[in-house]
Design a protein. Structure first.
Length: 319
């Protein structure tokens, strides 16, 4: 390779947020890079970037996330550091990433996807169906709230945010009887014992890109591209191509409950997508199958079919 390899004296810098999950993901990326290039782990350095979104979320811990700012708030400052060259790579949960990257940046490396399912967390109940009538459930995810309201209109929803420890304490304090987390996050933190069980995607379709880690770089940085090439997982990229095209065609920036999951089936890609009214009063789903090369087209086609079925005002809060 015609570039200088990183070394402990001049490490490759991977930027990420400071949450335990973000750090676990960045460390996993460093470990994979070191192994793939037979370099010491110290040739890779994790740089924590404190974002405005993180700061505001700390201050207004009980406010819905959508009042704190749009999703870009948690990633923009990391992308600015990447553009400036303060860091060489940025490690992201793809679930939290807008469908388009700023000019000059690209995400074309994905780690092998973790468990895509949501975890059911409760001291009292074993599953959603097991929850007593009228039980209080904590979640701040628009998608999970709408899906739960759709399947169990009797349940009461309360806002629930913060890291895993904060949410577990709220459950212990009796603020709610149950909550949800991504199995991927629990697995990466070694906390999967906290889950009563993983929820079947047929019961609760996960968020687009749930469980996938993407690594962003400057488009012109060929050294970063070459470093990432051996750790890139192509099947994950194929699944995300379908899911993220689906999200983009539905306007991924909007505050809308959307779910989507692609899997490989034979040599094809199979995708199921769901949109819900925010109050959960209606859920529409479509599924389809296409050759791998048409994954993104499949995502756009399912989105178009859903938009054609959705009545005007479907996404409005008062629908
Ligand atoms: N929006 C927060 C977020 N972003 C990614 C994950 C979990 C890990 C993943 O899905 O890759 C979580 C927390 C959660 O939903 O429990």
């Amino acid at each position: 390779m015609s570039f200088t390899l990183p070394s402990p004296a001049d490490p490759l810098k991977l930027g990420t947020r400071g949450s335990p999950l973000a750090l676990a993901q960045a460390n996993e990326t460093c470990d994979r890079l070191a192994a793939a290039h037979d370099l010491p782990r110290e040739a890779f350095e994790v740089v924590v970037i404190h974002t405005t979104g993180d700061n505001r979320a700390l201050i207004a811990a009980d406010r819905p996330l959508k009042e704190i700012g749009n999703k870009g708030l948690f990633t923009r400052e990391i992308e600015e550091a990447l553009t400036r060259g303060d860091i060489d790579l940025a490690v992201h949960s793809m679930k939290d990433m807008p469908t388009e990257q700023p000019t000059g940046l690209v995400i074309d490396c994905y780690l092998p996807r973790e468990d895509v399912r949501d975890a059911f967390i409760s001291a009292q109940a074993g599953s959603i169906a097991d929850l007593p009538e009228g039980a209080v459930v904590g979640s701040s995810s628009l998608r999970r709230r709408a899906q739960l309201a759709n399947r169990r209109p009797d349940l009461q929803l309360v806002e629930f945010r913060g890291n895993v420890q904060t949410r577990m304490r709220k459950l212990q304090d009796g603020v709610a009887q149950a909550t949800f987390l991504a199995m991927a996050g629990l697995n990466r933190l070694g906390l999967s014992d906290l889950a009563k069980g993983a929820i079947d995607p047929e019961e609760m379709l996960p968020a687009v890109a749930q469980g996938a880690i993407g690594i962003e770089r400057r488009s012109a940085d060929t050294r970063a591209a070459a470093m990432l090439e051996p750790i890139h997982d192509i099947p994950t990229a194929e699944r995300l191509a379908a899911e993220r095209a689906f999200l983009a065609a539905l306007d991924g920036s909007c505050e809308t409950p959307i779910a989507g999951l692609a899997i490989h089936e034979g040599g094809d890609i199979w995708l199921r997508g769901e949109i819900l009214r925010p109050d959960g009063s209606e859920a529409l789903a479509e599924e389809g199958r296409a050759p791998l090369l048409d994954a993104a087209e499949l995502g756009r086609a399912l989105a178009a079919r859903l938009l054609a079925r959705a009545a005007p005002g479907f996404f409005d809060w008062r629908g």
